[in-house]
Ligand binder design. Sequence first.
Ligand code: ARG
Length: 460
Amino acid sequence: MKKTITDSTIDADVLTYTVGEDPVLDLALAKWDCMGTAAHVTMLSEMKGLKRPIVTKAEAAQVRKALARIVERAEKGKFAIRVDDQDVHMAVERLLTEELGDLGKKVHTGRSRNDQVAVDVRLHMKSEILQTEKEVCALAAELCSFGFDAGPIPLVGRTHLQPAMPSTVEMWATGHAEMIIDQLANFEAAYALADLNPLGSAAGYGVPLPLDRARTTKLLGFSRTLHNCFGASMARGECEASLLSALAQLMCVLSRLAEDLILFSMPEFGYFKLPRAYCTGSSIMPQKFNPDVLELVRGKTAQVIGWQTAALTLLHAMPGGYNRDLQDAKLLYMKGLETTRTTLRILAKVVAGLKVNADSCREAFTPGVFATDVALAKVAAGTPWRDAYHEVRDQFAALYEGKPAEVANLDPDRQVALKTHEGTCLGLDHDLYQRRISEAVQSADSRLDALDACCKRLLK
Ligand code: ARG
């Protein structure tokens, strides 16, 4: 039997089972837990309508200073959560009580760990989402600079993986970049949900104290308060699921980039060469330089989709109000974030070291790749589209039977240069990519600065 702050005695196995990975996972929440507590205590010290303040303004300042010291300890790796603390919340309360005595015992007045953990997770998520967005931008920027450098080097565009139409290396690279940048919209949706303050909902039903919830919303820099206390308690898990859905979808996009890179760097294609430092060898075949890192991007995509599914399964049919299984939503989104952020950083390195073999790219242009262009040239000379289509289709059938045709002489560079409308080979707007990336980075940076400023104001 063990003694904890909340339970006088608890079976040791039950404690281990219920605590789960919190003593490790919650370390990431230490700073945010202290920030939340600083805001709560500040609000308690300003609360109107009481005969006697629960804590005075001077006491609140004392608590904030002690919290700042805990954050410092956590940053130096000197903050530990014991199994009998159960989680970061009670570890912080234990330290405050050791240092401040009765004052430390007052900080949890009018609060539950239910709203406390919900606020910690939201602050942590806000910071993590913005950092992820910056890493998304960094990968997109690498793809753009790879594409801009390669410029109009012709690349066979494929549908069904079969040769289809003339394209360029730049269109391939910036096409992937654009898909990646567009994923920011899902992260912004997750951010908007995370940016709501549940603090003051307590266990999920409010408390008979005149809490000023708008005050902690302002102190913590949230966009607004989660108004209904019961609703606020049920929102736990929902923003985790929304973030996991953004992460899973982004990983799907990244796995497609990884797959193209695996294919195009195969000797049979030979369009790209992966940096040697990112390839792994074989224990038996001395010639091998394998794209393991890219295969693992596919594998990790499966994991993140799994965690997203686990989060939705956790929430489905869960009864209203707090339930302890919500604790696992924290594990799922933290794993999802870590895996996705590492993947973004690894892919940015791979793309930065990627080389193009322009000769292999040009040699891959079989006559069929020009078929549509040939038909369109006939249209320009007055043939109706469907007639032109059939003429070329017949001609190409002959070509595949080995009979040469004049179309075999078409030149990839010349055909690529004919494609100039918006978004095609020579119609790619470099400024558009650069503008979207720099605007997204600026927006993330200014919100990270605002969060940091709130944190510094509260913890000094
Ligand atoms: N570690 C817990 C969690 O993440 C904290 C909240 C505990 N609340 C409770 N009612 N047991 O959910």
